[in-house]
Every structure is written in structure tokens, then in C-alpha cells.
Write a protein that binds this ligand. Structure first.
Ligand code: C2E
Ligand code: MG
Ligand code: MG
Length: 434
């Protein structure tokens, strides 16, 4: 079960359970304690977003040899995924285990130079001891992982040992991360729609599709909690196409009313060479016209080639799709890049505008943005409008489209269709009062 020097290949993750079983049986037989450690590497964001495989491989192989030097011959190191490792320390005391974890962390914590570029890497470790922490192999690993989140919450380069009580936040994270990959297959995902009210047309003219996950024990989990895991697990494309198809399937039945349906998109999808063909194929399958679909991209795309993004968006627009720039105000676009983007709508980010509101700076900042958007021929959507006062204020500021709990919470397609008339009447009544 030991490692070999300069061993390039690590035991694969499929072996993890076998190794665990074996190690634990061994520990039990000889009445030794074993530590199960869960280590996560933190790569700099630019590396994670770029998915530069060559650099990452070089980095990981450097880190592996450091890790191998920190553990003993009898220990086992297993790579679980891009960032995560399991380390089984056999016949070890709590004291020695902590020392080895400290050694692993400090051996990793460094600035690495590859191709004249510098990358700072840190790590966190969670530990669960056998047999004190738990006896079942799977449980040990889950606890160690949850404990890793406890360490992470304390800061960079920390480790944390499980002492009999599981942190709630950490175990929720582990549950979400471990279960999400099966959510789609198990039929736990669905789409809800949040209506968008046009002030000019005095009507609901669109709706944003928002994904929902009904977890068997956690209940409804927000995408804010699981989208990052979906991306990490390489599922973001699969998820997008599932939502896209689900929206097309549901709206295909709508004969009465012409509306636009917005679907959230990440740059990953936009950079797929077959993206345009794939979405065209789906709308064709459901006889949905591209003019009924709006794609929302987030502003957080400056690190990618703006030129490629531009080209892809132009092709989508030529095919009839509408483009909205989501979370405007939170991204890093330079002004010159922004004005080149072939978009139709900007969506002002809720946090961005409401923090301005608190400081009473909104008129000075938001008005020029709305005017600029209008001068560029764009429409402005404000998200997160929760009450009548906000609704009236944003209407007066010249916003075009209102989205938020005041209009409606995200609801099922049928519920939305049923409540459109009531929503429009209410909005109209409020405007007449204001
Ligand atoms: P977003 O695209 O900016 O979506 C708006 C979020 O604001 C939604 O949260 C919505 O439920 C929430 N919201 C709407 N009106 C109000 C309001 O009046 N008050 C408050 N407090 N919140 C409001 P949700 O559904 O939790 O989604 C969070 C984020 O997750 C979304 O932000 C979007 O970026 C992402 N997301 C949702 N569905 C999908 C999806 O299908 N694919 C992808 N890639 N991302 C998605
Ligand atoms: Mg959105
Ligand atoms: Mg948004």
C-alpha cells in the first residue's frame, strides 16, 4: 500500500474505496488508528477559469512530489479530482497526524513559476480518525471532506480535525457537492419562470427561466449554492442544454401569447464550437422561433477573448436570438469592450444598484447608465424589485423592464400563465397611483 519514489501515477479514485476498506480492515485487525485526510488545493482563479491543462498538469506533478515527500512510506495518496486528494495515514496518533498535515500544507503553500508565470497555491485539509471519528469507510471520507470546509472557513492553509460534531454549514456543502452530479438523472431538477414586466407595453413581455433543485433531504436548493459545483464537475454545458430544452418543451405548448424567455448562459457554452448548431437544432425540434429566446450572459467574461465572444454573439443574433448582459455593474468590462458587444438588453445587478441606493448615490450613477444604454439602443432591465416604492422609482428613472418579487416570484410555467392578467392589472394600478 506504500508509494514508490518518483511514482508518476497515483492510485486512481476508483481504488479509493478498496484502499479505504483494506486500510481500515488492517487497522482494525492490528488495533491501530488511521487518519483519513481530505485535501483540497486552491488554484488561482485565472487558472481555474482558463482550464490551462498543460500548466495545471505541471503544477500538480510538482505538488504531488512535495506531498509524497511529506508523508511516510506506508501512507497512501489518492487523487480524487482536479483539486482534491485523499490521504490515508495508517498506524498514526493524532499528534503525528497533525504534524504531517502541517507539513503537507506548508510544502504546498508556495509561489510556483511555470513558463515565466507565477501561481500562488494554498490548500486545506479535513481529518477524520478511524476508529474514533467513524467506522464506515464512506462516512469517514464524507466527514473528512466536511471538515475540510471547516478548515477552509478558517482561512488559507488550515487543517481541521473532526472531534465528534459535524458542522452544519460544512455538511450541507458536502451533501450538495456529492449529490448534485446525480440530480439530473434522478429527476430532481426543474425550471421556474420569473415574469418580466414592460413599462412601455404595460404587459408581461418575457420571463427568465431559473433552475431549481429539489433535494430529498435539504428541500429546495438555490442555484447560487450549486452552480459552482456543476461547473467544477464539468456539468455546466449539460445543465445549460437541459434547461434550454426544458424551456423549449414548455413554451412549445404556449399558443396564446408571444413572449421572450431568457435562459442563463455561461461563457463556457458560448465557446463551444457547436453551440449555435446545437441550440438551433433544439428550437427546431420543438418548433420554437429564435426570436422567443433571450440568452443572458454575465458580465464576468473579460478574461476571455472579447473578440471570440463578440463573434459568437453576432452569429446568435443573426440567427434571431436576443442577447442580454446579466448582472451589469458587477463585471469588469472596459467601456470600449462593452460598447462593441452586440447586445439588446442590460440587466442591472440587484446588489450593485441597491448598495448605491443605501448611499443615496443612485441618481448620480444609475441615471447616466440608463441614458447611455438608451443612447446605444439598448433596453434596461432592473432585477430584484421587491416593493411598490422601488417599482415606482425605477419606472421614473426610465427603466424599461421590471423583474422582481413585486411583479412575481419565480413560479411554474402554468402558474405564470394563469397569473399574467392579474399581475398586469396590479402593476397598472400602482403606476396610476404613482
Ligand atoms: P440571476 O440570473 O441574476 O437571477 C436572478 C436571481 O435573483 C434569481 O435567483 C431570482 O430568484 C432572484 N430574484 C428575483 N427577484 C428577486 C427579488 O425581488 N428579490 C430577491 N432577493 N431576489 C430576487 P436564483 O433563482 O436563486 O438564481 C441565482 C443565480 O443562479 C441566477 O442569478 C443565475 O446567475 C444562476 N442561475 C439560475 N438558473 C440558472 C440556469 O439555468 N443556468 C445557469 N448557468 N445559471 C442559473
Ligand atoms: Mg439571469
Ligand atoms: Mg442577474
Amino acid at each position: 500500500m506504500g508509494r514508490m519514489d518518483n511514482e508518476p501515477e497515483l492510485p486512481k479514485v476508483e481504488w479509493l474505496n478498496d484502499r479505504l476498506q483494506l486500510t481500515l480492515a488492517f487497522s482494525k485487525r492490528y488495533k491501530m488508528s488511521t487518519a483519513v485526510c481530505y485535501l483540497r488545493l486552491h488554484f488561482p482563479q485565472e487558472l481555474s477559469q482558463h482550464h490551462d491543462d498543460e500548466i495545471e498538469t505541471a503544477l500538480v506533478s510538482n505538488i504531488l512530489s512535495r506531498l509524497n515527500r511529506s508523508i511516510r512510506n506506508i501512507d497512501t495518496l489518492i487523487k480524487i479530482n482536479r483539486t482534491d486528494f485523499a490521504i490515508l495515514l495508517v498506524d498514526i496518533t493524532e499528534h503525528d497526524c497533525k504534524q504531517i498535515c502541517e507539513r503537507m500544507i506548508s510544502s504546498i503553500s508556495d509561489t510556483y513559476t511555470i513558463d515565466y508565470r507565477h501561481f500562488s497555491i494554498s490548500s486545506n485539509i479535513g481529518i477524520c480518525m478511524f476508529p474514533y471519528g467513524a467506522e464506515e469507510p464512506e462516512k469517514l471520507l464524507v466527514i473528512a471532506k466536511a471538515q475540510m470546509y471547516v478548515a477552509e472557513a478558517r482561512g488559507e492553509n488550515q487543517f481541521s480535525l473532526y472531534i465528534g460534531e459535524l458542522d452544519q454549514m460544512a455538511s450541507r456543502k458536502v451533501l450538495i457537492e456529492n449529490d448534485f452530479p446525480y440530480a439530473l438523472k434522478r429527476g430532481q431538477l426543474h425550471v421556474q419562470f420569473q415574469p418580466q414586466y414592460s413599462l412601455e407595453k404595460k404587459a408581461i413581455e418575457g420571463a427568465e427561466a431559473l433552475i431549481r433543485w429539489n433535494h430529498p433531504s435539504l428541500g429546495e436548493v438555490s442555484p447560487a449554492e450549486f452552480i459552482s459545483y456543476a461547473e467544477e464537475a464539468g456539468m455546466s454545458n449539460q445543465l445549460f442544454f437541459w434547461v434550454f430544452e426544458e424551456v423549449c418543451r414548455q413554451i412549445a405548448s404556449e399558443k396564446i401569447r408571444i413572449m421572450k424567455y431568457s435562459i442563463n448562459l455561461s461563457v463556457n457554452q458560448l465557446l463551444l464550437d457547436s453551440f449555435l448548431d446545437d441550440v438551433k437544432e433544439i428550437i427546431h425540434l420543438y418548433s420554437v422561433s429564435a426570436k422567443h429566446i433571450t440568452l443572458e450572459i454575465t458580465e464576468n467574461i473579460e478574461i476571455y477573448s472579447v473578440k471570440t465572444v463578440n463573434e459568437r454573439l453576432i452569429a446568435l443574433k443573426e440567427a434571431g436570438f436576443t442577447i442580454a448582459l446579466d448582472d451589469f455593474g458587477n463585471g469588469y468590462f472596459s467601456f470600449s469592450d462593452f460598447i462593441k458587444l452586440p447586445i439588446d438588453y442590460i440587466k442591472l445587478d440587484r446588489n450593485f444598484v441597491f448598495s448605491l441606493w443605501k448611499n443615496k448615490k443612485h441618481k448620480g450613477v444609475v441615471l447616466p447608465i440608463i441614458n447611455m444604454a438608451h443612447n446605444l439602443g439598448l433596453q434596461v432591465i432592473i432585477e430584484g424589485i421587491e416593493d411598490q416604492t422601488q417599482f415606482v422609482e425605477w419606472a421614473q428613472l426610465g427603466c424599461d423592464i421590471i423583474q422582481g418579487y413585486f411583479i412575481s416570484k419565480p413560479i411554474t410555467f402554468e402558474a405564470m400563465m394563469d397569473s399574467i392578467a392579474e399581475i398586469e392589472e396590479r402593476a397598472e394600478a400602482v403606476r396610476n397611483q404613482g
